[in-house]
Write a protein that binds this ligand. Structure first.
Ligand code: ADP
Ligand code: MG
Length: 227
């Protein structure tokens, strides 16, 4: 599903160049549940942004579902980001003036999908939030906001969900509830890749990749699974 080879990313800050990611190679199969760990600044978000086609690598190759990302034009890349990949962020990234339902509907509107309201409501139901569909983000708790963000990420039924520290702003119980949603999505076949600082959160995944200074120094199958 995902195959990256010797992928590197260098950011240019004036005269200084920052090697955020150095020669990273990984293969992730459909249906995997992967946690990415590592200290702050180790390149986790850089990796996620490259995997999500939100950013271009400086060198190396990325095959997504056997397509070389380099060969896709701007429209094709937008299509991949809209339909094939769902994103969940630490800060939820919801539109403050839009209701939960409208937030979830947005990717469908971009994709000109019919019955968008009904599909958005279904996605909210999937995360247990149908009753809050008319609420705006500031009328929802952190956990509820993140559930809206997950509903938005899955509304187009993407093959892959990328989550960058999705529980970083949540208390332990709420974080575990969010992780249970990811686990059940994974059980239904969605490939999940998530970044976390916490061992307890990483334990929900079946494989852990550890990054340090822009490279991968460990990649292992989890022996214990939390659920
Ligand atoms: P993590 O998510 O593991 O905390 P990041 O991938 O965000 O790490 O960052 C890796 C390194 O790249 C850090 O040194 C960071 O300062 C640098 N970096 C990240 N994004 C940018 C950017 N847009 N411009 C310049 N440097 C960046
Ligand atoms: Mg980060």
């Amino acid at each position: 599903m995902i195959q990256i080879n010797n992928l590197s990313k260098t950011y240019q800050l004036g005269k200084v160049s920052v090697n955020a990611m150095i020669n990273v190679s990984i293969c992730i199969h459909g249906g995997e549940f992967v946690a990415v760990m590592g200290p702050s600044g180790s390149g986790k978000s850089t990796l996620m942004n490259l995997l999500g086609c939100l950013d271009q690598p400086s060198s190396g190759s990325y095959l997504l579902e056997n397509f070389d990302i380099k060969n896709l034009n701007t429209n094709e890349l937008a299509e991949v980001r809209n339909k094939r990949i769902g994103f969940v962020f630490q800060n939820f990234n919801l539109l403050p003036r839009a209701s939960a339902l409208e937030n979830v509907e947005l990717p469908l509107l971009y994709g000109r999908v019919k019955n968008s309201q009904m599909l958005a409501l279904k996605a909210l139901e999937r995360v247990g939030l149908a009753k809050r569909s008319k609420h705006r983000p500031n009328e929802l708790s952190g956990g509820e906001r993140q559930r809206v963000a997950i509903a938005r990420a899955i509304v187009n039924k993407p093959a892959i969900v990328l989550a960058d520290e999705p529980t970083g702003n949540l208390d332990t119980n709420t974080g575990n509830e969010i992780m249970n949603i990811f686990s059940s999505l994974n059980n239904e076949g969605t490939t999940i890749i998530l970044v976390t600082h916490e061992r307890d959160i990483a334990a929900f995944a079946r494989r852990t990749i550890e990054m340090k200074d822009g490279y991968i120094y460990m990649d292992k199958i989890n022996s214990e699974i939390a659920v």
